[in-house]
Write a protein of this length. Sequence first.
Length: 131
Amino acid sequence: IYLDKNILFIIYKFINYKLVIYMNILHFIHYLIPISILLIPLLPNKYLIKVIFVPALLQLTWLLCDGCFLSKITKNEINNKHNNFILHLFNKYINKNITLQQSSRFVNLIISTIILISAYKLLYNCEKTNQ
């Protein structure tokens, strides 16, 4: 089958355009997940009961996948040698000298604190309703 060069170029551009949209959606999801994790303690208790385990499950997937699977998929979009999305944000907005290990520890501290605050909120509400 003979295909014209223009048709091949159009097909190439279409496929490339679809990949760019796909990568942009994944990059957006990558921003959305940390924001949603940070907002978990602000949820009403009826929703908090259902999602309190999400941060722990997120850490478990990081442990099992040897890092974030979204970072591995979108590694071409991340501009550091470690292909780490959070490290890229920390280097850009907080401090350019933060190492991968420091960012990992800081993220673990934040997630642990979110779980602790959420559990305290639920326990305080249970104690308040029992009185």
